[in-house]
Design a protein around this ligand. Structure first.
Ligand SMILES: [Zn+2]
Length: 112
């Protein structure tokens, strides 16, 4: 299941960042999900919460998903949100944003 590996990647990334910053608690994890990432954010959220269940550093964490719209670019210079046909020259534009899933930020609490 694609969503499970995505959820695990989010956890692993957040965990690494938390360790690097000596976090006592992770309170929020912000994730950018591309419109064309072909995953269901609610399912990712559900699975994420299943994965972190045993990890006290993540107790009470909130996963904040931000859907990122598609951006394409064509060799003719077109840049916009047309995914399949360039409105200027008719060729297939390259998708430069909208397929990714990535942790953009985390909110942590540290010991004084
Ligand atoms: Zn074009």
């Amino acid at each position: 299941m694609h969503e499970l590996s995505v959820a695990y990647d989010i956890y692993a990334t957040a965990k690494r960042a938390a360790q690097e910053h000596h976090a006592r608690q992770v309170s929020k994890v912000f994730v950018d999900i591309g419109e064309m990432a072909m995953i269901n954010p609610e399912q990712v959220e559900f699975l994420f919460h299943t994965i972190i269940e045993e990890d006290e550093v993540f107790a009470g964490v909130e996963l904040v998903c931000n859907v990122v719209s598609v951006l394409t670019r064509c060799s003719c210079g077109y840049e916009g949100d047309e995914r399949f046909v360039c409105p200027r020259c008719g060729s297939l534009p390259e998708m430069i944003r909208g397929r990714e899933v990535m942790v953009s930020n985390i909110e942590i609490e540290v010991d004084d």
